[in-house]
Structures are given as structure tokens and as C-alpha cells.
Ligand binder design. Sequence first.
Ligand code: SF4
Ligand code: SF4
Length: 169
Amino acid sequence: MTEYPVYEATQQCAICKGKCCKYMPGHYSPTDFSDLSFEGLKAEIEKGNIAIDWWEADPKEYYLRARQIGEEIVHGSWGGVCVNLSPTGCNLSWEERPLGCRSLKPSESSRGACIGSYTKRQSVDDWKVYDSVLRELVACFGRKKTPLEEQMDSVVEALNTLFSSMGGV
Ligand code: SF4
Ligand code: SF4
């Protein structure tokens, strides 16, 4: 796999107090894990700090990222606070952090942008090789729908059928 440049936290990170960690928990590369089998990744996810997210496509393209506080394991979202963030910074050692975090180059001033050399798109592409394992993990950790959600799905399905029989768009 491609080698990506990585960056240590700087004085600017101390000043900004981890905006990246408060709004966009980092994405993992498969190279962040030593055991990419179903059992190996399941054991890592069960520790509670990893979420299974996806890139919107048909079918969905799954990847792993750091989990947000209070979210489910299988969750398509961004914008929350990373579970690894503490008042004194990241709880993970440098080596344990997702490549998406380590590859983020801190800005040089409060007005500059922090640039990631390992993009989320690249992460999604790298996880494609392990798509069948990620789908097994989604089936394992995905939340079952409540009876009300099942009913709502049936109503939406019935309405879609009705609209298509009427020639609607
Ligand atoms: S990488 Fe950027 S956003 Fe993240 S802590 Fe450092 S300066 Fe703040
Ligand atoms: S894993 Fe650590 S560095 Fe990465 S977003 Fe979470 S708190 Fe920040």
C-alpha cells in the first residue's frame, strides 16, 4: 500500500484544542490493524472506540473510523466528538491513532487549513478489499429496527408502490 506522510501535533493543535477531534473523528486504514479477519476486527470494534461508517453509493462502501460519543457502532454520520478525546488530548498513543488522524497536517496559523494527506475517499478505496468482512461486521453489529420503524418502512413501501402504479415520478 501507499505510504502517507504523517505529522505530530504542533503548538497550533494545543491552541485549537482538537477541532478535528470534535467534528470529524479520523478514518482508519486497513494498515492500522494487524488482524483483518472478521474475528480480529470484531474484537477491536468490541473495545468500543470504532464505528463502521460508509460512503454513500449503491451498494454502500464501508470503512472504519473512530467512534463518536453516544453513537451506534454502525452509523453513517460525521460532526460528532471522538470518543478518544479527553480534556488533555487524544487518549490513544500516536501509533494507535487512525491513519486519517496521523496524516492530518496541522495548519501553521489560526487562519490556515489543516490538510489530510490520507483522505476519506482513499480510506474507502483501501477497505474495498475487505468489503465482505465489513458486511459481516455490519450484520453482526447493526441495530435491529424497532416495530415502529418496520411499520414506517411498510407504509413508505406501500406509498411507493401506489405512486408507481399511478405513473408518478
Ligand atoms: S490538526 Fe488542525 S484541527 Fe486538529 S488539533 Fe491540530 S490544528 Fe487543530
Ligand atoms: S482518535 Fe484521537 S486524534 Fe483521532 S480524532 Fe479521535 S481524539 Fe482526535
